[in-house]
Design a protein around this ligand. Sequence first.
Ligand code: FDA
Length: 299
Amino acid sequence: MPILNQLITTILPFIPKTIVGQVAKKYIAGVHLSDGVRVAKNLNGNGMKTTMDLLGEDVKSAGEAELIKNGIISIIQSIKENKLDSNVSVKPTQLGLKIDKELGYLNLKKIIEEAGRLGNFVRIDMEDASTTDDTLAMYRRLCSDGFKNIGVVIQSYMHRSEADVRALVKNRTNIRLCKGIYNELPSIAYKKKQEIRDNFLKLLKIIIENGSYAGIATHDDYLIDHAYEIVQKYGLGKQQYEFQMLLGVREKRRNSIVSDGHNLRVYIPFGEQWYAYSMRRLKENPHMAWYITKAFFVH
Ligand code: FDA
């Protein structure tokens, strides 16, 4: 099956969008804000927190970035109106970072201002390595402008991440820690599964030992089990960490984390721009080849 998966990964861009959509729909709440709200309500009702994410990345015009900024502000308002236990995630390139850094910054600032006004929090997702410096620079600028309702993401596959974490914890930054999903060069990123895991646990300890909040974002049993041990060893309270998972992935393990008494947040993507996100999720699915093959026949 792994060989078949590799083959399907290679031809994935040529598979019709309808087939990809059919297989990927479990990862996406839907295309409308109302879909995101419905899924968030359901998860909140089952004892889980959520992060809502308006899909879209790497916009090509200021107008597109403006539309996304307004869409994210509507999500924040809707979270308040519907009394959801949810925050939002944003991608710097969906706000115009690659068109003009100042444009990206100003759009992000407007979102964070509105979130602050409504008592909410904004997580700045981390994209590929070409954006890491600019994303962290935006975060530092927001901090020096006085905003506190923000957090960042650190990818354990990046060689630079230890230095980034050590700098961020000085400011008690709220950090989501994940492995990282982009295809980076071996000169800047760990490639071996165990190296990425080891670095994840090393970074998690640095975050916790320095009193920063840790969002432990993984579906990997090895990391979840070690994180349990770390949480216990350091005697962490629930206000110091949470587990985070993606919608549609490892729901049984997700439920067991909740019943073990930990906070768990589910990342809920929705929106018309579902394709790029779905392709990344499909490539990570160990059963992708089987699901795609099945979709061809039942379509
Ligand atoms: P791994 O990929 O090894 O998965 C562990 C196990 O989970 C697999 O063996 C499989 O059983 C199951 N699994 C994982 N993915 C699956 C899928 N799609 N379908 C079915 N089963 C699956 N990355 C990034 O670069 N920047 C970011 O900002 C974020 N943000 C983010 C938020 C949250 C809440 C999460 C959970 C993840 C991210 N990521 C991310 C993605 C992250 O970097 C990583 O790619 C995925 O979480 C997969 O890595 P795991 O640690 O889950 O391990």
